[in-house]
Design a protein around this ligand. Structure first.
Ligand code: NAD
Length: 423
């Protein structure tokens, strides 16, 4: 078998050879420990499921402290080039360099490759300690927009000439000077939200719901306050659902229209029928209400599409409900170009670097997402089974051990071996 690159065909379908070359960044702090465990589990699952027929050829890329020590750069151009060339890669956590004008490495990677979806599946594994009564009711997949919103990084400090100019523009052109309560000391941030940016995100979410037989897509927004940005997201999202997916979806707007014309009973019957016919229900919820709903009625939500900042809060709040960042996986994806980086969602936990004690589940489950993205579903399933059984046997790393009764504490490496034992 000759190692080959993963590519994308003219219909935007990923073409995955049996011996794909996949670049990895091991990460800083606890990164090397959790990466070593993850690589072992992923390789073992591929071997277990496909014999010698399929095998991943790993290729190291440098980033973070390791890159800085070896090359003097935090994110060498070569790394970006490799991620671009090989399409699919995986990474451990990276230190964010403090000061010196260096952006977060993660944000840089996302922006350079235009990875517009931050994908976070939130699923509870039986037995994982949780602060909520019914973590089994949480089963959501969050599509967080990754390239726009207040995260675009367009800000100016209150005492800069740019802030003064902006204030002048607000006063004279927007006639809204009185809305800046303390003009002398107000800093400004700009929140770009576009139709194209919204459409590609919502399109990905609806396609995902159709492919994975999920019953609803919820647009989460603050359109009640920010009419043109968050409100635009809601409007463009509904328009896209209607225009591109037609009969495959039933929207809340249709429900409202029927209610207005024929009453609530008729609208509910229509909704019931749409659900029965297997249509995806596209609805929307205001973000603050949604943060209540994920505690009160998480079973009512499946696929979530939301803007960058809301998505940040929602992903972490949901992760906490199913066991926290030690187990929550993530990915950043451009479904059009095929580029995808799968990553642990926790940081480098530098205090625990080299201790071989931390939970590798976040990176292992990111590997599971990667295998699913590649269409290697059997290997993905096999890892999930192994992880579930290890947790049920209560042989877990320190973070879970402290919260479980009668558990046995195992190291990062031993936890990986447990998973493999229970494929
Ligand atoms: P952190 O996630 O590194 O650690 C916070 C705490 O969470 C740790 O002290 C530990 O108790 C717990 N924790 C984290 N990962 C765990 C694991 N796998 N198993 C068990 N417990 C775990 O957050 P931080 O301390 O705010 O950040 C440290 C560094 O990581 C910073 O430089 C930050 O910028 C960076 N960071 C990177 C990423 C990323 O690369 N995706 C994400 C977040 C933070």
């Amino acid at each position: 078998m000759t190692p080959q690159k993963i590519s994308i065909d003219s219909n935007n379908n990923l073409v995955v050879p049996n011996n794909p070359i996949i670049p990895f960044i091991e990460g800083d702090g606890i990164g090397p420990d959790v990466w070593k465990a993850s690589k072992k589990v992923i390789d073992a699952a591929v071997e277990h499921c496909y014999g010698g027929e399929r095998k991943i050829e790993w290729k190291e890329m440098l980033a973070g402290e390791k890159a800085f020590n070896e090359t003097g750069e935090w994110l060498p151009a070569q790394t970006l080039e490799t991620a671009r060339e090989y399409l699919v890669s995986i990474k451990g956590p990276l230190t964010t360099p403090v000061g010196g004008g260096i952006r977060s490495l993660n944000v840089a990677l996302r922006q350079e490759l235009d990875l517009y979806v931050c994908l976070r599946p939130i699923h509870w594994f039986v037995g994982v300690p949780s602060p909520v009564h019914y973590p089994d009711r949480v089963d959501m997949v969050v599509f967080r927009e990754n390239t726009e919103d207040i995260y675009a990084g367009i800000e100016c400090n209150y005492d800069s000439p740019e802030a003064k100019k902006l204030l002048e523009f607000i006063r004279t052109e927007l006639n809204a000077g009185d809305k800046v309560r303390f003009p002398e000391t107000a800093s400004f941030g700009i929140k770009p939200v576009s139709k194209e940016g919204t459409e590609r995100l919502v399109r990905s979410a609806i396609k995902y719901a159709i492919t994975h037989k999920r019953d609803s897509v919820t647009l989460v927004h603050k359109g009640n306050i920010m009419k043109f940005t968050e409100g635009g997201f809601k409007k463009w999202g509904y328009d896209l659902a209607k225009n591109e997916f037609g009969d495959q979806v039933y929207t809340w707007e249709q429900w409202e229209a029927t209610k207005k014309a024929d009453g609530e009973n008729a609208a509910n019957q229509e909704l019931e029928k749409a659900h029965h016919d297997g249509k995806i229900i596209v609805k929307d919820v205001i973000a603050d209400n949604f943060l209540q709903q994920i505690l009160l009625a998480p079973q009512d939500y499946s696929v979530i599409a939301t803007l960058n900042l809301n998505g940040d809060y929602i992903s972490d709040a949901l992760a906490a409900a199913v066991g926290g960042i030690g187990i929550a996986p993530g990915a950043n994806i451009n479904y059009t170009s095929g580029h995808a980086i799968f990553e642990a969602t926790h940081g480098t936990a530098p205090r625990f670097a080299g201790t071989n004690t931390m939970n590798p589940s976040s990176l292992i489950l990111s590997g599971v997402m990667m295998l699913e993205y590649m269409g290697w579903d059997d290997a993905a399933k096999c890892i999930k089974n192994g992880l579930q059984t290890s947790i049920m046997h209560k042989r877990v790393t320190v973070d879970f051990y402290k919260l479980m009764d009668d558990a046995t504490q195992v190291s990062t490496t031993e936890f990986a071996d447990e998973i493999i034992k229970h494929f």
